[in-house]
Design a protein around this ligand. Structure first.
Ligand SMILES: [Zn+2]
Length: 86
């Protein structure tokens, strides 16, 4: 399986994930998504849209003390992640 540096759903660097990554149905590590997006083989927010995800991530980054323009810059790549590729 290809190993990703960033969660392919929200774009968070996987090394910033306290749990390391999301998990598959059998409890093994999933190398594609973070634990905030993906647990036990399922998306935690299966119906979220790309727009909603970008907003969510921006809010989260602001909460963490990141300036607005930085948060915007970092979420610009969200649409290129595997989950959102058309
Ligand atoms: Zn994620």
């Amino acid at each position: 399986m290809k190993k990703f540096k960033r969660c392919q759903s929200c774009g968070m660097p996987l090394n910033k994930d306290p749990k390391g990554s999301g998990t598959n149905t059998d409890g093994s590590k999933n190398n594609m998504y973070c634990s905030y997006c993906f647990e036990k083989g399922k998306f935690l927010q299966p119906d979220i849209t790309l727009d909603e995800m970008e907003t969510l991530v921006r809010e989260k980054m602001k909460e963490m003390g990141m300036p607005g323009f930085m948060a915007r810059l970092l979420t610009m790549g969200t649409s290129k992640l595997e989950r959102w590729k058309k």
